[in-house]
Write a protein that binds this ligand. Structure first.
Ligand code: UDP
Length: 444
């Protein structure tokens, strides 16, 4: 009797939380479709293999130095990842191909993050099918395309970018170093053999997805939101989540709490934290606030240093944690708003739960996400973005108390249902099946 060959996929995320999470969600989805999964990963920010017993984890070292890691210079880190991954990845894949042959398996496809553009050459050399996972929104890719195509733009201009309206020239990303320009040009130039997965939904970004397909002529698979499709995925958090805040939320009135978190990278300095504390206290709203370790030296000391009235307000109306189980938090009925840096994962997680957002983009794609939230989907609050107590108080009350916040919440509720439908039986469901078919058909 002929033994059936199993298909194995090798997935390669870069070592950043916002990129690891969607890649592991994708791995969970593809495992449920019958593929065996290998994750190649660096020691730095490594996910915990024991949380993912169905996957094999293999070390792929990029040789990042401590100084580089602590510098948080992502352009520099990305350059190193791309420069250093080629040779160890080739060795790893050659070894995996041999092992697969002995185990009645086949390496059916290499799936890598869009930041790791050098991987395509390795896949081609080894004649392996390839797919890119893009973890930003589709429109973000188009903003890079617009910048690269125009060579230079007046980033202060208030005019609209004709093909990206309602995004203006000032919303386009600034490529402020030659290395960064090169990296963007390289990632846009990559043509993976099977196509590109976007962690987005057709009902959110149909027009942008269509344009990307027209521009790059590779298959487009909008299989998002990945976290929603990978329903039972275990935590991929690099930091321990503090579940005590769920107990606190259980005691709060429906939609009364503002969840405040800037994701895994952006942060406020001590002066800003104090203004935020004042603003939240004066808004008289309940809040759940994530202050990551390392944001300031000693959170307890800082809390102690606050004036008594702010301390009392935090004790009475607030809950502060180091890292929250964010998806559970956003799904909790007590949460009525999210003050967010508008990272794409946070944006999607909030949209899926119908939670309107107070937008405070910091860098990268966050500005584009914020514009989409406020101007296209109209579920995000644009405000001055000035971290000063009166500005904060006013913005929080606009979102949590005023009519405009309630209208945003209604629109967010509608959008949540559209997204659910796309996942259950609509565009995301179809795109996933289409992608699985294309992997299987090249491996017949
Ligand atoms: N996150 C979390 N707990 C927190 C803060 C963030 O689990 O207290 C998760 C969040 O659910 C999201 C990810 O961290 O999946 C942050 O990704 P995002 O793209 O929003 O921002 P980044 O961290 O990349 O800036």
């Amino acid at each position: 009797m002929e033994t059936q060959i199993r298909n194995r996929l090798v997935l390669i995320p870069p070592p950043f939380q916002g990129h690891i999470t969607p890649m592991l969600q994708l791995a969970t989805i593809l495992h449920s479709k019958g593929f065996s999964i290998t994750i190649a990963h660096d020691n730095f920010n490594s996910p915990n293999p024991s949380n993912h017993p169905n996957f094999s984890f293999l070390p792929l070292f990029y040789g990042l130095s401590e100084t580089q890691i602590s510098s948080k210079n992502f352009v520099d880190i990305t350059a190193t990842l791309n420069a250093k991954c080629v040779s160890p990845l080739k060795e790893l894949l050659v070894d995996q191909i041999e092992k697969a042959n002995m185990n009645h398996e086949k390496i059916a496809c290499v799936i890598y993050d869009g930041l790791m553009y050098s991987i395509e050459s390795v896949a081609r050399e080894l004649k392996l099918a390839s797919i890119i996972l893009r973890v930003t929104c589709a429109t973000n890719l188009l903003t890079y395309h617009a910048v690269v195509q125009r060579q230079s733009t007046d980033c202060m201009s208030l005019d609209m970018v004709p093909e990206l309206e309602p995004l203006g020239f000032k919303d386009l990303p600034m490529l402020n170093s030659h290395v960064m320009q090169q990296q963007i040009a390289k990632t846009l130039a990559v043509r993976p053999s099977l196509g590109v997965i976007y962690n987005t939904v057709n009902c959110l970004e149909g027009k942008s997805l269509h344009r990307l397909h027209e521009l790059y002529k590779v298959n487009v698979f909008p299989i998002g939101p990945l976290h929603m499709i990978a329903e039972d995925s275990s935590s991929s958090s690099c930091v321990e989540e503090d579940y005590s805040c769920i107990g606190w939320l259980n005691n709060q009135a429906t939609k009364s709490v503002l969840y405040v978190s800037l994701g895994s990278i952006a942060s406020w300095d001590e002066k800003e934290l104090t203004e935020v504390a004042w603003g939240l206290a004066n808004s008289k709203q309940k809040f759940l606030w994530v202050i990551r370790p390392g944001t300031i030296n000693d959170v307890s000391e800082w809390l102690e240093s606050l004036p008594k009235e702010v301390k009392v307000a935090i004790e009475e109306r607030g809950c502060i944690v180091k890292w929250a189980p964010q998806r559970e938090v956003l799904a909790h009925q007590g949460v009525g708003g999210f003050w967010s840096h508008c990272g794409w994962n946070s944006t999607l997680e909030s949209l899926c739960e119908g939670v309107p957002i107070m937008c405070q983009p910091h860098f990268g794609d966050q500005g584009v996400n914020a514009r989409l939230l406020s101007r296209v989907w109209k579920v995000g609050l644009e405000w001055s973005n000035v971290i000063e107590r009166n500005e904060v108080e006013r913005a929080v009350r606009r979102l949590m108390v005023n009519e405009e916040g309630k209208e945003m919440a209604q629109r967010a509720f509608k959008l949540k249902n559209e997204i659910k439908l796309a996942v259950k039986a609509g565009s995301s469901y179809d795109a996933l099946n289409g992608m699985v078919d294309s992997i299987l058909s090249v491996n017949l």
